[in-house]
Design a protein around this ligand. Sequence first.
Ligand SMILES: [Cu+2]
Length: 218
Amino acid sequence: MRKHQVIAAILLAGFTAAGAKADVWPQNVNGVTNMKHIAISLNGSNVVATANLDESPLDLINFGESHFSPANVLDTKAYNDQYGWIYEGFDVPAAGDAIWIEVESQSFGLETYEGAMRPMKASHSYDPIFSTDGSADIWRFDRMMTHNWYAVTDPGEYSATYNIYVGDELSGEENLSFNPTSVTLTWTYVPEPASALLLSIGAIIGLRRRNSTARTNR
Ligand SMILES: [Cu+2]
């Protein structure tokens, strides 16, 4: 084994050891209070949605951690939980109806897992929603603040457009006496720290190689 191969093996072994830490709950990305809410309300027969997009697209981050079940659906993925659905105003759907959110279109590879309030991540269901893993493309919003988990595997730009409507609380069948609305959310995943670290190992190896070449040429 050449010297640089030994160095690489030692560094990679170190990574594996670091990666074998105890399970954790996923992190509230960019801080628990840094929330981007989509506020939904009813104005007469109109569904209204006001989204806080001031820092969009939001970062999808791969922390390289392994998670307690059922949050282990996020293992090996980059994720973000800053977008949250909230309900505003006194006007609510009539008994038997509910607010439904339907994924109209979304980027290939974007996954969504059900959350709730951000600090209560140990009690989230982490159920796949919005077509993830063959789930339904509609999700009932029970008017309690809900921060779902958006996750991806590959770097890139991601977006999802949702149709927000009033529908039967059980079937989700649309109540046509209300006008639906829509909102588009966006995320971006740039290479995570682990990749940057691997790149720096490559740089170290490259440097060693150049140094030994220089010595040979002396
Ligand atoms: Cu919130």
